[in-house]
Design a protein around this ligand. Structure first.
Ligand code: TYD
Ligand code: MG
Length: 458
């Protein structure tokens, strides 16, 4: 008997290989190659295109004749989600919502039909009908007759039902539980995930029904069989957040119909996710003024200004070697900033423990946070509190210079809106036309100048 033909897939990036390898040549990860049978013939014919069968009468069109005003978008009943998608969901699009277990993917996807009232086919391979009903009751909202629940994992049956029902929206939870007859491997394997997603995409494109697909993410941040899905789908939204906190951030990492690196903030409450329209206000400290080691940072997440508190604790090292720890901030960047303080401003922090924390469980990658980090570290070091009505936005260079950051005027505008009186920025910031009322812009050139501006009275 001839043995079945198999291929090796990387579970991290989806790279295919005819033989086993210890290290995936595409993504460089070790021990990620798994064996999977080659898909049957019938499957490959499907993977080829969306709907363009030869001879279906479609022709190329002139670019200028394409009318964008006709691009219909459908509201999902949740303002923040609509905004993240670029103004509602596009018909025929496939949207992947990823996130770690327990973060709120099922909650969000059930809230959508309840909030919008659009006719929805909610397919779940994870929960029973009664479980979904229990959740819906908890979420409140009007449980009308527009939502149909279908507990099924065979993708062929799902698409058959969807074609018969013709809902306005289909939600599938989750891609890892679905399987197709055309692939022999078990649900959740790379080849199953790939083919299931491709079939849902084909359904979406041919029927015009938008599909929201839920995908679990492993602890290190990959949607299982991750990159494979990212290039198949139109939009990737990813849920982030510390499990202990109640805030959740939904981030758009890919969007064929809108901008990426936008975020929406939610709060998990007893009755589902609540949209937080003004994230800055939620992230501003709740403690009394006058604590040392805290500085407010004016960052930008996507195009959205976000103000939040950076907390630092500097203390004499108890053990021989000083500890450095950072939550929500790159530890190497922290070490670099401490080295700059040591070398360029003469602060001897090498014998001190330094702990850094970004409030609200945020992960910050905006270089504009540097200035607030330095201010918080110095404030804790001197045990001298910073005025609560000041905030910071600037990047620190290796020679201790403070560099301007992108879109400073938006950060200033947000700070002014929230009632801040002073914002510290680089003196190399090009002057923006009109300064919003009530806020003073303090320009600083380098770290010594910042120290002087903040602590000269101390
Ligand atoms: P869930 O949406 O099931 O997460 P996922 O589908 O991403 O695995 O969210 C589960 C968590 O949310 C669970 O810990 C319970 C909590 N939760 C609330 O706090 N309030 C609610 O109204 C609901 C429905 C869930
Ligand atoms: Mg779930």
């Amino acid at each position: 008997m001839a043995s079945a033909k198999t291929l090796w897939y990387c579970t991290n990036c989806g790279n295919e290989s005819p033989k086993w390898m210890g290290r995936c040549p595409a993504c460089g990860e070790w021990n990620t190659m798994v064996e999977a049978p080659v898909e049957k013939k019938s499957a490959s014919s499907g993977s080829k295109g969306l709907s363009a069968k030869a001879g279906d009468g479609r022709r190329p069109v002139r670019l200028k004749e394409i009318d964008r005003s006709k691009e219909p978008r459908m509201s999902l009943g949740m303002q923040e989600v609509d905004r993240l998608l670029g103004g509602g969901i596009v018909p025929g699009s496939l949207v992947l919502v990823g996130g770690e277990p327990g973060i709120g993917k099922s909650t969000l996807s059930l809230q959508i039909p309840l909030a919008s009232g659009i006719s929805t086919l909610y397919v779940t391979g994870e929960e029973s009908e009664r479980q979904v009903k229990m959740r819906a009751d908890r979420l409140g909202g009007n449980v009308g007759d527009q939502t149909l629940i279908f507990t099924e994992t065979r993708i062929e049956s799902i698409i058959e039902q969807a074609e018969a029902i013709k809902p306005q929206l289909m939600i599938v939870a989750s891609v890892q539980t679905m399987f197709t007859d055309t692939v022999e491997s078990t649900p959740g394997s790379v080849s199953q995930i790939k083919e299931v997603a491709a079939m849902l995409l084909r359904f979406a494109k041919t029927s015009g029904v938008p599909v929201i697909l839920i995908g679990h993410i492993t602890k290190d941040g990959y949607i299982a069989g991750p990159k494979i899905l990212e290039h198949i789908v139109d939009v990737v939204l990813q849920f982030e957040g510390e499990n202990r906190g109640s805030y959740r951030i939904l981030r758009s990492i890919k969007n064929r119909f809108g901008s990426t690196s936008e975020i929406a903030v939610f709060e998990m409450t007893g009755a589902g996710l609540r949209e937080v329209a003004n994230p800055s206000e939620m992230l501003i400290p709740m403690h009394e003024a006058g604590l040392s080691g805290a500085a407010i940072c004016a960052t930008l997440d996507g195009t959205r200004p976000l103000l939040f508190e950076v907390q630092a604790l500097v203390s004499s090292a108890v053990y021989g070697t000083a500890q450095r720890s950072a939550t929500g901030f790159d530890i190497r960047r922290l070490n670099m900033l401490l080295a700059v303080l040591e070398k360029r401003a003469g602060f001897h922090l090498s014998a001190k423990d330094v702990f850094l924390n970004m409030a609200g469980g945020l992960k910050v990658s905006d270089p504009a946070a540097d200035l607030a980090v330095i201010a918080a570290v110095l404030s804790s070091n001197f045990d001298y509190s910073l005025p609560g009505d000041s905030c910071f936005a600037g990047e620190i260079g290796l020679s201790g210079e403070i560099r301007p950051v992108a879109q400073t005027d938006r950060r200033i505008a947000e700070a002014a809106r929230l009632g801040f009186k002073k914002i510290y920025v680089s003196s190399f910031t090009p002057s923006a036309g009109k300064v919003p009322e009530g806020i003073k812009i303090v320009k600083v050139a380098d770290v010594p100048a910042l120290v002087k501006a903040l602590f000269s009275k101390a």
